[in-house]
Ligand binder design. Structure first.
Ligand SMILES: [Mn+2]
Length: 335
């Protein structure tokens, strides 16, 4: 059962003023949508808010209402009067903001990740919510904050981002009821699909072609593996941001349980993305290698050549396929 916003948190936010709101590094639609939506709600209650992003937003999120007002972590300076609100992550994932948190009058933490350690002054951590945006919507109602079309658009972006456009198993009746109410505030689903899914570069498509040429089956046909290398990126003129989301294509094949995408980073590390059917817990595999994530969507960054990393990861995946006790809960979340 999902909880309600704690009374102490509501009283604190109602009484306080002068907020700095921040989400996580490598921001996604839920993190940015939650940051900006909460900022708009608190501003609507007459409060001063500075929305912050620890690392730049990807070009696909530039449509978000108020994105131009986002401040970088380096630009924000705490004077001892600010209340810090951390959304969609713990303080440790807020980049340079975390170093200034000691200067904040209070730290509020609102998140739905199981890994959150709840180190704030006020913590509302609830893994039953599909997205932090869902929690922000509930908080806004509890605070009596005004909601307009822009705020609804931000919340909708967070919801579709974390539920895979209402496809993952965290798509609850509550999620769809919230989505319905956001449409009543004027959110346009067709527009949201176009700005979030249909604004890739041509190089994105060319690089996808290269990735698909590398695809193969492993572990007795139960695993789909592919890679993206720096050489492929150079050949098609793609930058590092191109390649985001490719792993979803590796989940399309029937009777396979795990998708593995090996992506060579600029720094020479191998970013491993894992996706799975309910039969395999890829979070356990990622954790065994030093990474983390959800049962059906997890990842890790490893040192070594792409061939060495592939061999190591496939060994672990193969062992998990052999072990029926490792079968995961039927939950599929995302960030
Ligand atoms: Mn989230």
């Amino acid at each position: 059962m999902r909880g309600v916003p704690p009374d102490g948190l509501i009283r604190h936010l109602s009484a306080a003023d002068n907020f700095v709101i921040v989400g996580h590094v490598d921001p996604d639609p839920d993190s940015i949508g939650s940051t900006l939506a909460l900022g708009r709600m608190l501003a609507g209650l007459g409060k001063r808010c500075v929305p912050v992003t620890p690392t730049p937003i990807p070009p696909l999120l530039d449509f978000m209402p108020g994105a131009e007002a986002l401040v970088s972590a380096e630009e924000v300076s705490f004077t001892g009067h600010e209340h810090l609100i951390v959304v969609d992550c713990g303080l440790e994932r807020t980049g340079a903001v975390s170093q200034q948190a000691g200067l904040a009058r209070s730290v509020v933490n609102i998140d739905h990740h199981a890994t959150n350690r709840g180190t704030g002054t006020f913590n509302w951590i609830d893994t039953d919510f599909a997205a932090t945006a869902e929690m922000i919507a509930a908080l806004g109602r509890a605070l009596g904050a005004p909601v307009d079309r822009a705020t609804a658009t931000l919340l909708y972006a967070g919801l579709v981002g974390d539920t895979g456009w209402f496809r993952f198993s965290n798509t609850t009746p509550e999620v769809l009821r919230l989505a319905a109410s956001l449409l009543e505030y004027g959110v346009d689903p067709d527009y949201m699909n176009r700005v979030m899914n249909e604004r890739r570069s041509f190089a994105y498509l060319l690089l996808l072609g290269r990735m698909l040429q590398s695809v193969r089956l492993a572990c007795r046909g139960r695993v789909v593996v592919a890679r993206v290398t720096q050489q492929m990126r150079r050949e098609v003129g793609a930058d590092q941001t191109e390649g985001e989301g490719y792993v979803q294509y590796l989940r399309l094949v029937r009777d396979t349980d795990v998708a593995v995408l090996l992506d060579e980073t600029l720094e020479g590390q191998i970013r491993v993305q894992l996706r799975s059917s309910p039969r395999v817990d890829v979070a356990a595999i990622a954790r065994s290698l030093g990474g983390g994530g959800h049962a059906r969507a997890a990842g890790v960054r490893l040192e070594g050549s792409i061939g060495e990393v592939e061999e190591l990861v496939l060994e672990r995946v193969d062992a998990a396929l052999e072990d029926p006790s490792k079968e995961s809960e039927p939950f599929a979340g995302s960030d």
